[in-house]
Write a protein that binds this ligand. Structure first.
Ligand code: NAD
Length: 479
């Protein structure tokens, strides 16, 4: 078992208080690593380090920043196994999930490298006596706060694009997956990033979050986490008039119309609901099915769910690994039990051993049940029957969330009606609600967040837009 240090100003250091906390393996329950437990003093120290590094990093040529990002991509690709082992040991990710996450992160780093030289301002053809244009400048220091479910890529969206835009960055990884954050520190150290441009501080978000965001040297906050955390972070940032992006929770619908290919629909639903044990912001939580096919669909999905291999995530054949911690097991189980007590029908699942929760399919779910309204973040999906696409749209939009949605149909008129009408930041036709690429605007509306991450959307969010004019000759003023 390794004891880690934090990465501050290019040095590996203990917490100021010397306190540590245990990072657990969610499958075995054993201590996987020991990690520094930072507090307000560590927040002060890390913000100071990031502040000192600002001048140097913002003056670095964009193509030099790109070289660091390309090098980090190359190192990550070359050390897949090392990163995969961490993602499985502390995050419970199965082989397929962690390989997918690493490939996507390599792509993200390469895309961010290419984006370094593509932050394009405008010129305005207004008054011929002057040149008038917009330029982008780095914001300063970004505080990046990431979750445990896709801890590598969701940290990297913030880190890579903060660095690409010439900001220094302080990464605060989730306490269930702190080591992957520290590995990101190592990766950039090896890639030749100057000291202090990236810093990684570990410890409880409830303590470090306010201290980092409230610090005057923090210029921007990029959070991925629960909606309740987002609301708190937004209030803390707004109190100091700081800007932020928030990538938050979801209760994503998958609409299946009667003309859908049945086997395809079942596969899309199972993938969307059960990948990474349903612990994805984009996971399918509600499957809304047209009445003529609902019974057959539910039976087939339940059969598929019951057949998925569950267990040790380090075995390449496992599809369903553990939930991240005991609190999550309790929360998932409580939602299922409440739904059943209120009249939902359990087709399969609803039981667990240790932290392995069996893939669960519910029907007869009503809008007042928690399992319909609230994010579950577990391998649980509800099937709701509707009479047509209009009712499907109403049911899908009957949620406070608005992250992602899927639609399965061969009818393009209905697909367009749904794609336009769904209240979500992302809609995928003939796919599940799970999709992400570095080059697209990733994010949601309503309680699922504010702002977008990815390529030029991150480049612009993480930069200050400035209007600049140059008078061609001295102009006469009226007085
Ligand atoms: P979480 O909100 O508990 O924690 C996220 C991060 O915020 C962690 O680093 C945590 O330490 C920190 N944090 C906690 N309290 C804080 C506070 N008071 N101030 C500042 N930071 C604080 O979320 P989680 O359990 O790690 O992740 C799961 C959640 O993230 C789910 O709701 C999921 O939908 C959401 N998520 C959203 C997206 C997206 O892109 N929209 C992607 C992945 C996960």
């Amino acid at each position: 078992m390794k004891t880690w240090k934090m990465f501050v100003g290019g040095q590996w250091v203990d917490a100021v208080s010397k306190a540590t906390f245990d990072d657990l393996n969610p499958y075995t329950g054993e201590v996987y690593a020991r990690v520094p437990k930072g507090d307000a003093k560590d927040a002060d120290r890390v913000m100071a380090a990031a502040y000192v590094a600002r001048k140097l990093w913002r003056a670095t040529a964009p193509r030099e920043r790109a070289q660091v990002l390309y090098k980090a991509a190359q190192l990550l690709e070359g050390n897949r196994k090392e990163f995969a082992d961490v993602l499985t040991a502390e995050g419970g990710g199965t082989f397929g999930k962690v390989m997918f996450e690493i490939s996507q992160t390599v792509d993200l780093l390469q895309t961010a490298g290419a984006d370094c030289t593509r932050l394009l301002g405008e010129t305005f053809h207004t008054d011929p006596t002057k040149l008038s244009m917009t330029i982008f400048r780095p914001r300063g220091t970004v505080v990046a706060i990431s979750p445990w479910n896709f801890p590598l890529i969701l940290s990297m969206y913030k880190v890579a694009y903060s660095l690409a835009t010439g900001n220094t960055v302080v990464l605060k990884p989730a306490s269930d997956t702190p080591v992957i954050g520290l590995k990101i520190g190592e990766l950039f150290e090896q890639a030749g990033l100057p000291a202090g441009a990236l810093n990684v501080v570990t410890g409880p978000g409830s303590v470090l979050g306010d201290a980092l965001i409230g610090d005057d040297r923090c210029s921007f906050v990029a959070l991925t986490g629960e909606t309740s955390t987002g609301r708190h972070v937004a209030q803390t940032a707004a109190a100091k008039l700081k800007e932020y992006t928030l990538e938050l929770g979801g209760k994503n619908p998958l609409i299946i119309l009667a003309d859908a290919d049945m086997d395809y629909a079942v596969s899309a639903a199972a993938f969307g609901a059960f990948l990474h044990q349903g612990q994805i912001c984009m996971s399918v939580g509600r499957i809304i099915v047209e009445e003529p096919i609902v019974e057959k669909f539910a039976k087939k999905l339940a059969g598929k769910a019951a057949s998925l291999p569950v267990g040790d995530p380090s075995l390449p054949t496992t599809v369903i690994g553990p939930l991240i911690n005991d609190d999550q097991v309790r929360k998932v189980n409580a939602q299922v039990k409440e739904a059943v007590a209120q009249g939902a029908k359990l087709l399969t699942g609803g039981t667990y051993e240790g932290r392995i929760y069996r893939p669960t399919v519910l029907t007869n779910v009503t809008h007042d049940m928690q399992v319909f309204r609230e994010e579950t973040f577990g391998p649980v999906v509800s099937i709701i029957s509707v009479k047509d696409e209009k009712e499907a749209l109403e049911v899908a939009n009957n949620t406070v969330y608005g992250l992602s949605a899927g639609v399965i149909t061969k009818d393009m008129q209905k697909a367009i009606f749904l794609a336009e009408g769904l209240e979500a930041g992302m809609v995928h036709v003939n796919d599940s609600s799970i999709d992400a690429e570095a080059c697209v605007p990733f994010g949601g509306c309503k309680w699922s967040g504010q702002g977008r991450e990815g390529s030029r959307y991150s480049m612009e969010e993480l930069s200050e837009l400035k209007w600049v004019t140059f008078q061609k000759s001295l102009k006469p003023f009226p007085f």
